[in-house]
Design a protein around this ligand. Structure first.
Ligand code: AQP
Length: 333
């Protein structure tokens, strides 16, 4: 069956609800119909020079959250990026096919480099999208389930794949499609419902981290910024705060937004927030228990990751050999 690849960076102790609803739930849903690889992209995390002890810890925590969300290592390949050396190797080949100006147009780099300043901005942060293209092309990926913020990087990946096929012949690379589910493609910050919920937000109050204590989560939802007006309607433009809460409500309960809106006819924003806080806490409690379970047995967790790396390596090696040969590198024994 066609292949899927996706990954997240181990850049914080906990993933947030945007990562979960925008990407992780899609990963879980797609793993039966596709041949799926899910990766903790630790090499990407290096672009912001993390503390080594923290990086190691966060890599395991991220993997534990994939598992707790329902990524099944029997059906999918779950692994750590740095365990498969071919990611970095293909990244070099691709960087030699990427225009400097082309890489410079990536808006995430512009945003992040502005935040880190000239000294804090590494070359790795600049070439990040090329490594991401390597991650994807390495597995002849057909579909990449991600949130809206990754659309531009996916376009670059497609451009590179098409370029390889043109320069080195058809079949050098598979051109992947983004899989972006409209309803949950962008979960917004609770304090600023026009900005995406993000690990690196200015204030933690706008984020729901999956491993936050339930009390904190409930409080953040109850104090979410909502709009003037009092009627509960789904109006992204004029009532972005309520629209965001309705999106989260619908995604976590599996109920249609319209049905939820109908339930709250004549009721105030406060009602919705209190009920949503319950919905989120009910989802998080068993999730956190599962994460704790995986983290309490790091040896088993590492064994799952090692097994995944072995299976990923076999696919990666074959792709890299094919691409390297097309580039004119001598075959290695
Ligand atoms: N707010 C969001 N809504 C929907 N999807 C989202 N994703 C991230 N934020 C939202 C998706 O989650 C995956 C995580 O990818 P990543 O680890 O590369 O993280 P990121 O995009 O850098 O995540 P953050 O939290 O937004 O971090 P910063 O603050 O560094 O920008 C991707 O599929 C992403 O689309």
């Amino acid at each position: 069956s066609p292949r899927i690849f996706s990954g997240m960076q181990p850049t914080s102790d906990s993933l947030h609800l945007g990562n979960y609803l925008g990407a992780l739930t899609q990963w879980v849903a797609l793993q039966d119909a596709y041949d799926a690889l899910y990766c903790v992209v630790d090499l990407h995390a290096l672009t912001v020079s993390p503390d080594p002890v923290q990086l190691r810890e966060r890599t395991r925590r991220t993997a534990a959250q994939y598992l707790a969300a329902g990524v099944d290592p029997e059906r999918s390949i779950l692994f750590v990026q740095s365990h498969v050396a071919e990611h970095a190797e293909l990244s070099w080949l691709l960087s030699c096919q990427t225009g400097f100006g082309e890489a410079g147009r990536m808006t995430q780099f512009k945003d992040k480099s502005a935040k880190h300043g000239a000294e804090g901005t590494t070359v790795g942060l600049f070439t990040y999208p090329i490594l991401m293209a390597a991650d994807i092309l390495l597995y002849d990926t057909a579909l990449v389930p991600v949130g809206e913020d990754q659309r531009q990087h996916l376009e670059l990946t497609r451009d590179l794949a098409e370029r390889l096929n043109k320069r080195f012949g058809d079949g050098t690379a598979v051109v992947p499609d983004a899989h972006i589910v409209k309803a949950t493609a962008k979960i917004y910050d609770l304090q600023d419902p026009t900005a995406k919920m993000s690990k690196s937000a200015a204030s933690p109050n706008g984020i729901i981290e999956l491993l936050d204590p339930p009390k904190t989560v409930a409080k953040r939802i109850r104090s979410a910024v909502t709009d003037t007006g009092s009627e509960i309607r789904f109006d992204r433009e004029n009532q972005p705060g309520i629209a965001n809460l309705l999106t989260i409500y619908s995604a976590l309960t599996g109920r249609e937004v319209d049905a939820i809106v109908a339930d709250y006819a004549g009721k105030g924003y406060g009602h919705l927030k209190v009920d949503l806080a319950d919905v989120v806490v009910e989802f998080l409690a068993p999730f956190q228990e599962r994460v704790d379970g995986y983290l309490s047995d790091p040896a088993s967790l590492d064994a799952v990751l090692e097994d995944g790396a072995e299976r990923a390596r076999a696919i990666a090696r074959a792709t890299l050999d094919r691409v390297a040969d097309r580039f004119g590198l001598l075959p290695r024994r």
